[in-house]
Write a protein that binds this ligand. Structure first.
Ligand code: 5GP
Ligand code: ZN
Length: 114
């Protein structure tokens, strides 16, 4: 979508520190990490938020969650535990309006986002 920074990351117009990529999704490091491990999982196609997900996207969302779990294992944070979270809308704390799942771990998390 025009003007969307995560669409620009998908297209390579904005650089990102990629952790994983396939034809449907991209995983990259958050530019302002809130924890020792802070990755973002995004679909390559623009979906505004989890609230906009349709039945046709359920396989894609499942793939994002499954990949997030595999990334947590690969990052070495799965044994002690981690958080997988997606913010939706203004009061949900969503700043970038392209659905993304945060993977946070590597320290004791607490509070709202840790
Ligand atoms: P939200 O608040 O929308 O759930 O989270 C947006 C996240 O995207 C924030 O954690 C922010 O640090 C991250 N972010 C915003 N712009 C960029 C960028 O250009 N590159 C990367 N790697 N992360 C970004
Ligand atoms: Zn987008």
């Amino acid at each position: 979508m025009e003007g969307c920074i995560f669409c620009k990351i998908v297209k390579g117009e904005i650089p990102s520190d990629k952790v994983y990529e396939d034809d449907q999704i991209l995983v990259f490091r958050d530019i302002h990490p809130q924890a020792p491990v802070h990755y973002l999982v995004i679909p390559k196609k623009h979906i505004t938020s989890i609230s906009e997900v349709t039945d046709a996207d359920l396989e894609l969302v499942g793939h994002m969650i499954n990949t997030a779990v595999r990334m947590a294992v690969a990052a070495g944070i799965a044994d002690k535990g981690y958080r997988l979270v997606t913010n939706s809308g203004m009061e949900g704390g969503q700043v970038v309006d392209h659905m993304h799942w945060h993977i946070l771990g590597g320290r004791q998390l607490s509070g709202e986002l840790g």
